[in-house]
Write a protein that binds this ligand. Structure first.
Ligand SMILES: [Fe+2]
Length: 193
């Protein structure tokens, strides 16, 4: 069984019944990860697995600190002895350091989980931040606006997203550029004269 298949089954088990909308979002994020196959190569399975697992920290049984990237990553590390790359991607997805700072959990996050390679972290951020809460594809600006309207202006999540916006926009831009370059260079593609 590949990591993505294992991750799908675990995330479905943790989210489908208790948090069905979060499960719909998760499936949408995983679909976005699959669409990045041309730029991920051998790492497509890892990124798809991370997409399935990125929000499991919201599952009621896993909530500990209330900061879902850290709760999810710790669960993967401690309960499933998951691959380091998967744990790091979940811990740092979508520029989580800013919310960690606002929750006084930055030291714990960075002490326990190193950053993963920028291209992979950016790719997961791209997938998450171009997928709405019901799993539909959204432009990143629509997604940011949706988060602000869902939480309201004073909420810690909204303030953290504001701090993370440059990082999120840069991640989406970098991933789109990598995908466009790969598509442009694809064998068999002809350039108009
Ligand atoms: Fe998400």
């Amino acid at each position: 069984m590949g990591q993505a298949e294992w991750a799908h089954d675990l995330a479905r088990h943790l989210l489908k019944t208790t948090l069905p909308r979060r499960w719909a979002h998760t499936q949408g994020v995983a679909a976005r990860a699959l669409s990045l196959g041309p730029i991920l190569g051998d790492e497509a399975d890892t990124l798809t697995a991370a997409a399935y697992l990125h929000d499991i920290g919201y599952a009621p049984d896993l909530v500990d600190t209330g900061f879902h990237p850290l709760d999810g990553a710790r669960y993967l590390r401690d309960v499933h002895q998951a691959d380091d790359t998967l744990c790091r991607l979940v811990a740092h997805h979508s520029c989580a350091v800013n919310e960690a700072l606002n929750r006084n959990l930055l030291d714990a996050l960075t002490a326990e989980f190193d950053e993963e390679r920028p291209e992979l972290v950016e790719a997961l951020t791209y997938c998450d931040m171009t997928t709405g809460p019901d799993g539909r594809h959204l432009d990143v600006t629509e997604r940011l606006a949706e988060i602000h309207s869902r939480y309201g202006p004073e909420h810690l999540v909204s303030r953290s997203i504001t701090a993370s916006t440059p990082c999120i926009l840069a991640a989406v831009k970098a991933t789109k550029a990598a995908l466009a370059a790969k598509t442009r260079d694809a064998p068999g593609r002809t350039t108009p004269a």
